[in-house]
Each structure stands twice: as structure tokens, then as C-alpha cells.
Design a protein around this ligand. Structure first.
Ligand code: GLN
Length: 185
């Protein structure tokens, strides 16, 4: 609908996946996985609601569609959102509470090397841009933290990230998502 989708298309292509842009509910048909990109969660949710995509998306992800959410995408999936628009909706599919732009003014954008659980080799370059701060986690596995706050979480086939792997050229998280998506039962 909006945001940094072109970079994900490129990264997924490089990771060996075929991609399609999802703009209406019919576009969900037959997918193995979906990326909810970075951008503005308020705009995304509003547009998805307007075109009747929000509920079908919720159903598809609840039904096991592999999901890679980055930044605003993680806000869209969250349980509760603080500092959103009044009545900002979220899908409540990832058991985290997030504060929009929670890293504050000085830290609106920054890079930090991240140690991601299960990922061997060098640290992952975490690119944070007006990222949400995860303030509570429930039924999720925390895969990485930055200064004590979770920045990568997983629940079954959903990966929720506070940073932007699509901007780095490091394909390891996209490859992991493609692997999750190709294992669809
Ligand atoms: N601040 C944005 C939001 O609240 C997220 C920023 C991003 O996706 N890089 O939706």
C-alpha cells in the first residue's frame, strides 16, 4: 500500500522468491508469505481498511501465512500501539506492545550491529528509522535485543522486526523468511 516495498521486492528476488505487490484482497490469493514493509503505519492501516484488505489480511496471517514485518509493519501487527493516531487500529497478531517512534528524537535514525539468535557469522546490520520501541512482549520468542529492548521477535511463522534488513544488502533475514514461507503446510 505504502512505504519501503520496492527494496523488499529486490531483496526477495535476490533470495530466490517470486513476488507480487498486494493492493487488494484478491492479491492475497495463493501467497506463501507476505511482507509488511516499513513506512507509516497510520497511513497503511487506513488505506488497507479503505480497500477492504485489513480483515482478509488478518485472516490470512492467522491462517498461517508466513509474514515478515519490518518497522511500521510490526506496528500494524502489534497488540497495542502507543503514540499512534487516535483509534489507530492494529491487527493484534503479534503479542507485543509498541510505542511509535519510541527511540526519541536524537535516535530517529541509527545503525547498530545486532546479534540475532540462530544466525551464525557476523552480526546483522540493524538500520533503525523512526522505529517502534517494543515495550512489552508476551507469547513471542525474542530473537534480538538492542539496549535491553526486543528488536526482532518471532511467533510461529511471523517475524516482527523494528529495523530494516531490506536496506542493508544482507539477505539472511529475507532468506529465513523465504524458508518459512516455502515450508507452508
Ligand atoms: N514511524 C513509523 C510509524 O509509526 C515507522 C517508521 C518506519 O517504518 N521506518 O509507522
Amino acid at each position: 500500500m505504502q512505504g519501503a516495498f520496492a527494496e523488499h521486492v529486490r531483496a526477495l528476488g535476490a533470495a530466490g522468491a517470486r513476488t507480487r505487490l498486494v493492493r487488494m484482497r484478491e492479491d492475497l490469493d495463493g501467497l506463501d508469505g507476505i511482507v509488511l514493509p516499513g513506512g507509516e503505519s497510520t497511513t497503511m492501516t487506513m488505506l488497507m481498511e479503505r480497500v477492504g484488505l485489513l480483515e482478509p489480511l488478518r485472516e490470512a496471517i492467522r491462517g498461517g501465512l508466513a509474514t515478515l514485518a519490518t518497522c511500521a509493519g510490526t506496528i500494524v501487527l502489534a497488540h497495542e500501539v502507543t503514540d499512534g493516531m487516535p483509534e489507530q487500529k492494529s491487527l493484534g497478531l503479534l503479542d507485543v506492545d509498541v510505542r511509535r517512534n519510541g527511540y526519541g528524537r536524537q535516535l530517529e535514525s541509527f545503525e547498530a550491529p545486532l546479534h540475532i539468535e540462530g544466525m551464525n557469522g557476523k552480526e546483522f546490520p540493524g538500520v533503525f528509522i523512526r522505529s517502534p520501541l517494543v515495550e512489552r512482549t508476551g507469547d513471542v520468542k525474542v530473537l534480538a535485543t538492542y539496549e535491553g529492548h526486543p528488536v526482532a521477535v518471532q511467533h510461529e511463522r511471523i517475524l516482527g522486526l523494528c529495523f530494516h534488513p531490506e536496506l542493508t544488502g544482507d539477505l539472511r533475514l529475507h532468506r529465513e523468511f523465504v524458508r518459512l514461507a516455502s515450508e507452508r503446510p
